[in-house]
Design a protein around this ligand. Structure first.
Ligand code: URA
Length: 212
């Protein structure tokens, strides 16, 4: 797995305000969107393109456009939704799928509680959005699910990641033989005993949408 920390002062600046507990939900949502657009720029560095001919007012030239099939953006419900607008702002022609995964606390098996994805993902570049890579459990389940449906090129985009989560994700995806890239705004210090990223920003879903 390739891990890319998008190390840029504007990203660190926006992350600082996201971390600050005094930041209210409307501001948090706006900053999260802006931050994702900056991360999207890094995440799409290898998006597939093809040449096509245009004419400028002066001369013909060759430009590029996104190749088909178009990239697929997959926010993981619920908190990943807060990253969607920021991502599609940069990739307006991408298609959007949705995935809601949770762990059954009794069986510990992954359950897909919501799923709206194309049946066959082969040949598509998939961009998976999940703000917090904490234990790595949900993201690993989600990526495996996409691989089972044929995805062969996946980039996960997170606002923050914990070292423990990166390690776990690497271990889980190692045998899958699918190129996985992680683009993240920062790698924080550690996970606490409650599974929160430290220093982190708290519960991303609650800060985006309130406690429901
Ligand atoms: N999920 C969150 O929203 N925050 C954390 O710190 C960890 C997981």
């Amino acid at each position: 797995m390739r891990v890319h920390v998008a190390n840029h002062p504007l990203i660190a600046h926006k992350l600082t305000y996201l971390r600050d507990k005094r930041t209210d939900s409307p501001t948090f949502r706006r900053l999260a969107e802006e931050l994702v657009t900056l991360l999207a720029y890094e995440a799409t560095r290898e998006v597939r393109v093809e040449p096509f001919e245009i004419e400028t007012p002066v001369a013909p030239t060759t430009g590029i456009k996104l190749s088909s099939p178009k990239p697929l953006v997959v926010p993981i419900l619920r908190a990943g939704l807060g990253m969607l607008e920021g991502m599609v702002r940069l990739l307006p022609s991408a298609e959007v799928g949705f995935l809601g995964m949770m762990r059954d606390e009794e069986t510990l098996q992954a359950i897909t509680y919501a799923n709206r994805l194309p049946d066959d993902l082969s040949g598509r570049q998939c961009y998976v959005l999940d703000p917090m890579l904490a234990t790595g459990g949900t993201l690993a389940m989600s990526l495996k699910y996409l691989v089972e449906r044929g995805a062969d090129d996946i980039t996960a985009v997170t606002l923050l990641s914990a070292p423990e989560g990166i390690k776990a994700l690497e271990a889980e995806m190692d045998g899958m033989h699918v190129p996985i890239t992680l683009v993240t705004g920062a790698i924080d210090d550690h996970l606490n005993e409650k599974g929160y990223i430290v220093p982190g920003l708290g519960d991303a879903g609650d800060r985006l949408y309130g406690v429901v």
